[in-house]
Design a protein around this ligand. Structure first.
Ligand SMILES: [Fe+2]
Ligand SMILES: [Fe+2]
Length: 275
């Protein structure tokens, strides 16, 4: 880990096709830029219905970030149900065409290893599924990472139930994927899908490992849920030598900009969080 710090902007569920307000996308790009992010992690649902014009908007959006971007797809990024053949045979064809061919992306910065898992398939409706081969790639990537690296996994769907979020979807084989993430020392999972902003540390017994789940709200769409209905959030993660923190940033429509809503801090490697 380098002496300074490294900063990651975590953006999710942008949902081009359901943008909440004309200025929210510009405000998000400006806020990410002002945060000084070294990396932008986008955890899926770039589009509302995987339509070409929505993907074109998503592609242009991703190109606006100055920092490198790591991106994974969400369930809304596969062909919609009225395109059953495409949905089953090549569900992410447009994602590959407009966004990236790489469905197991990874990034290494000094002191930081980040891996992205695809959980969006054509045959699950909402819950998602991680392919065993992709899980293996994740394990190999983290095994090869320097021992002291902070490890981040980016995935659209949740890998475990978070009680505070009430009943919610998890990936079908979430347990296997979570076990693999724990075995390779993942410190932080950046996910989305639920459109509720929530940060929670999870104790994995008996592995004696704590990982933090950062569930991002929808960054720009009108699809916020429950307590975050009509709200837009994204996260700024700052990783330092001994600690890390997640700042949830909320869009203020009156100001036309994002502002800090809550910050949660954790010591690195310790079993409990300091909030
Ligand atoms: Fe979504
Ligand atoms: Fe989703």
């Amino acid at each position: 880990m380098k002496p300074g710090s490294v900063r990651i902007a975590h953006v999710s569920d942008v949902h081009f096709g359901k943008i909440a307000a004309p200025d929210v996308v510009d405000a998000l790009v400006a806020d990410v830029h002002a945060s000084g992010a070294d990396l932008v992690a986008v955890s899926g649902d770039l589009t509302q219905r995987a339509l070409p014009r929505q993907y074109a908007a998503a592609r242009d959006f991703l190109a606006r970030f100055e920092a490198p971007v790591i991106v994974v797809p969400g369930n809304h990024d596969v062909y919609a149900w009225w395109r059953p053949a495409g949905r089953l045979l090549n569900p992410l064809r447009r994602y590959r065409q407009y966004v990236t061919e790489d469905l197991t992306p990874s990034v290494r910065l000094e002191g930081l290893s980040v891996f992205g898992l695809n959980s969006a398939t054509g045959w699950t409706v909402k819950g998602g599924h991680v392919r065993p081969a992709d899980r293996l790639r994740m394990t190999e990537f983290f095994k090869a990472a320097p021992e002291d690296d902070f490890r981040i996994l980016v995935v659209h769907h949740h890998l475990t139930r978070v009680r505070a979020l009430g009943p919610h979807d998890v990936a079908r084989n979430a347990e296997d994927t979570l076990d693999a993430a724990v075995a390779c020392g993942v410190d932080l999972v950046l996910c989305g899908h639920l459109h509720i902003s929530h940060i929670e540390p999870i104790e994995i017994v008996p592995a004696d490992h704590r990982l933090v789940i950062a569930s991002a709200g929808t960054a720009t769409s009108s699809r916020g849920r429950r307590q975050h209905r009509k709200s837009n959030f994204y996260n700024v993660v700052t990783v330092e030598a001994e600690s890390f923190r997640v700042e949830e940033r909320l869009f203020d429509p009156d100001a036309g900009s994002f502002r800090a809503e809550m910050e949660t801090s954790f010591s690195r490697g310790a079993a409990s969080a300091t909030v």
